[in-house]
Design a protein around this ligand. Structure first.
Ligand code: NDP
Length: 295
């Protein structure tokens, strides 16, 4: 059996077209253009690519986008004040601070500085708390939201199924577990979360009807760890040296794609799986934030 490829890039494109239509309607009916501000501190090359892609995606769907790039030496006070200004700016509906921040800046206090109603990344404790409570008046973190959306729109049932998540980060593993265990449509799963201290990890992964890999280790999940017919979602983005490429590297996921696709019933590729879905959900959240300002 060769797995069905879950094309996150194509689905993200469809979702972006829907968002573009909704943005046009918002403009026509209420004269509101959704606005996203992205802040990048320092010169991490991967972060620069992510921020550029997010800005480009905003333009494509007709949003206003403001990209602020600050030097590595930016102080915490300056960044906090800047966020305060963006919180007060009515043209900006969403604020995204690209993580990681330089070590001298306290990430938690910066996340807390973003107004919860502009926290389109869904990392503010108010939004995370509402997510745990299963409320709808909040923003879901973009990558976990993208995973849920991809499963739902690909017709993959989660209700009653055993989802095994490898990784427990606050940005991916943990929120994905909470979202998929909610008593709700597109959720209702039985969830197991694994991490680096989990004993006999392969045996647990093999129990998964749906396996979600958010580890950050190149091709960690092998074919013999996956139950035949399972659905495999690969969140990992790992750069490995590849001198045949102009860039000098290749991007691979946390799953050994070529072998696992012979065992799974469906699988996401890397790139072209969860990455584009994450950006689509950022746009979705920004549109939602803009709609909330309708008087
Ligand atoms: P973190 O490093 O924050 O978390 C990794 C998790 O994997 C931790 O919970 C860790 O366990 C666990 N882990 C590490 N090694 C092992 C192991 N040998 N066995 C079992 N568990 C292990 O990473 P993130 O969650 O931020 O990201 C995960 C991956 O997803 C990365 O490749 C990242 O680049 C990618 N990513 C992709 C996104 C997208 O848009 N597609 C968005 C965000 C991230 P422990 O807690 O015990 O340390």
């Amino acid at each position: 059996m060769t797995a069905r490829i879950l094309d996150g890039k194509a689905l993200a494109q469809t979702i972006q077209e829907e968002i573009a239509r909704a943005a046009r309607e918002l403009k026509e009916k209420h004269n509101i253009t959704p606005g996203l501000a992205t802040i990048l501190v320092g010169d991490d090359p991967a972060s620069h690519i992510y921020v550029k892609n997010k800005g480009r995606a905003c333009e494509k769907v007709g949003f206003f986008s403001k990209s602020i790039i600050l030097p590595q030496i930016t102080s915490q006070q300056y960044l906090t004040e800047l966020i305060g200004e963006l919180n007060a700016n009515p043209a900006i509906h969403g604020i995204l601070v690209q993580l990681p921040l330089p070590q001298h800046i306290d990430e938690n206090s910066i996340i807390n500085a973003v107004h919860p109603e502009k926290d389109v990344d869904g990392f503010h404790p108010v939004n995370l708390g509402k997510m745990v409570l299963g409320r709808e008046d909040y923003f879901l973190p973009c990558t976990p939201f993208g995973i849920q959306m991809l499963l739902a729109r690909s017709g993959i049932e989660t209700q009653g199924r055993h989802v095994v998540i490898v990784g427990r980060s606050n940005t991916v593993g943990k929120p994905t577990a909470i979202i998929l265990m909610q008593k709700a449509a597109g959720a209702d799963a039985t969830v197991t979360v694994c991490h680096s201290r989990t004993k006999d990890l392969p045996a647990i992964i093999r129990q998964g009807d749906i396996v979600i890999a958010a580890i950050g280790r190149a091709e960690f999940i092998k074919a013999d760890m996956v139950k035949p017919g399972a659905v495999v979602i690969d969140v990992g983005i790992n750069r490995i040296e590849d001198f045949t490429k102009k860039s000098g590297y290749t991007i691979v996921g946390d799953v050994e794609f070529e072998k696992v696709k012979e065992v799974a019933s469906a699988i996401t590729p890397v790139p072209g799986g969860i990455g584009p879905m994450t950006i689509a959900m950022l746009l979705f959240n920004t549109l939602k934030a803009a709609k909330k300002t309708i008087i």
